[in-house]
Design a binder for this molecule. Sequence first.
Ligand code: FMN
Length: 385
Amino acid sequence: MKNILDNPGLKASPEWEEATAEANIANPLLQNNSILKQILDFGRWAPSGDNMQPWRFKLIDENHFDILASDTRDHCVYDLQGNASQLSIGMLIENMVIGAASLDKTLDYELDPDSTDEHPVIHVKIASTQPENNHAHLADSIILRTVNRRPLSKEKITDEHKQKIEEAASPLKIKWFEGKEIKKTTRLFFDAAGIRLSIAEAFPTHASIMEWNKPYSRDKMPVGSLGMSAMGTKMMKACLKDWRIVNFLNTFMAGTYLPRLELDVLPGLSSGAHFILIDDKVNESVSDFIEAGRLVQRFWIRLTSLGIQLQPQMTPLIFANYHRQSINFTSNKKQLKATEKLANKYKELIDGEDCGKTVFVGRIGYGDIADYRSTRLDLKDLLVE
Ligand SMILES: Cc1cc2nc3c(=O)[nH]c(=O)nc-3n(C[C@H](O)[C@H](O)[C@H](O)COP(=O)(O)O)c2cc1C
């Protein structure tokens, strides 16, 4: 493939063209679709929490560049220790490694030991050696991978597909929830959403990440990607103008029920399987989360290549981990109590395992690629001097 955007699986539409049109880049290292440019392009299609893209690139020469990351702990209640951002950085690196392999290149990378946890710097070198055990065949699926929050097919994931998915995620282990168990995990999603929608600390994030008017967004999430009804969308738009409206509706009118039904319960029940990805140790350092993120991304792209859609459902894991580490992420006492209950239920689901070993939670199912999706910032906007 000459250019990642030439992927034949993409739907041609004027909006898609507009959302992905490449701006002219003056940098000489990125001319003529250079290897460096192609690798950066593979990378920037990585997913990140709420499409925040917590990375920038500093180019050194045709074979060297730095990834300058900034986690979102100062403004996002879901990332208070930077772990969601660190997973995303791993996902970015995995995209680049797979993309490089498809160009017969290897990537060597090293986390700068002098960089801080909040602003990790990763030095990357493009080498011309043939990669071993590479996953180059997944490169075409990188841009087709997108979150799908809509109801998915309830058809069981075949054993053959499960085996392929497990191989891609290895050494992470996958705990599957299927059939009747899906009700139990959907209940967990419902409980976590109750916390998410009731705490003032989450409001600034919710209020700033939506693109209301377009099917694609370069730095936000198009509202259509949430899959809500027209009424639900209207209500959400009105609520996200002012926390006091949300608080009033939550207190007096059970305001969290409609969004929880539409965003969590109905899609949750309409899935082929739910899953939790488990590492063999409790992840603690930035490198731990980056390496876990690489495996999660390989798992997600493998699903895409098999025609299986995925929606992360990360809040149960995030809140359970805040409870495990005694992190007071909200001043809302009632919701802290609810978090304790949620953490206990979560622990039960993973058979008493340490929830610190769990790195990703979500739902999957056969289905079409989402037609409303986030695109990405232009490469020129991701470059720093
Ligand atoms: C670490 C991480 C956590 C995420 N958590 C959620 C989540 O809890 N719920 C959800 O619907 N999407 C979640 N997402 C999906 C992102 O919102 C999505 O990847 C991003 O908006 C970019 O869209 P795309 O994946 O379609 O390219 C998460 C993604 C990452 C990388």
